[in-house]
Design a binder for this molecule. Sequence first.
Ligand code: AMP
Length: 301
Amino acid sequence: MSVLIVGSTALDSIKTPYAHNPRLLGGSASHAAVAASFFAPVKLVGIVGEDFPKRYVQLYHKHNIDLEGLQIAPGKTFHWSGEYEVNMNNRRTLTTELGVFETFTPILPKSYQNSQFVLLANIAPGLQQHVLNQMRRPKFIVADTMDLWLNIALKDLLKLLRHVDGFVLNESEARQLVNEDNLVRAAKKIHKLGPKYVIVKKGEHGAILSSPSGIFLSPAFPLHSVKDPTGAGDSFVGGMMGYLSTAPGPIDKNLRRAMIYGSVVASFCCEGFGLNATTRVTRAAIEKRATELKAMTHWKS
Ligand code: AMP
């Protein structure tokens, strides 16, 4: 079973108090695709410009990511830059240069249209919907988003939510979307907008799943040092979808374990700039960390 992932394919310039790394491979789809690739074959939908470095294409190849749906267009690759404060949690966007994304229309190759697991990673909700419209009968659709779309494309986002099974957003976005400070109540209100599964990400404090079988708390793996958390959310949802697509049995039964795997891949992401640490990970290292996380959260009743 493969996972179809659409989202941004970007060059990221990232500043922390300790280092500055320009034009790294980034974007929501890149992070999610590499994370998912540890579990399942991935089909990528995105767009890059003619300036997109060949070594980044090779990196996708290294992870067996199908690039038939990656358009290469005249113009510049989407470029995002951001700066972190000393605590490595607060981030501000310095620039967003859309480049080829400005005129992007995602077109699904025939071989993508039957994909069963679909991740609509962070990108304009209108584009997420456009991808969905080209799918045959997916089994499980998850959408991610960001505050920008709540502010400038809320109508499109609300329309999209009626067609997805799962919705992933961070805690401030959840509060803003339904105007509710309490996250349990916020999740309940978000269910009413469409998604059966609502996952609220809380950064270094993990994530909360609200589903028909109740609430599940997924911890973040405690790290000694965080180099760059950019893409951690995308790695979380990518790893989760990659695992889910290969796990036999009902989604409801597998989703909790899938979130733990997502959380583990996200922890590796934070240990290097851009995708530097994630791309060096092995499935064995993921399993080891998942076992450690289980031991850290398990107690005898
Ligand atoms: P995260 O750290 O999980 O919030 O994701 C960061 C990633 O989001 C970076 O790799 C950026 O390239 C990407 N990104 C930033 N702004 C946007 C945007 N407006 N649309 C799509 N992707 C974006």
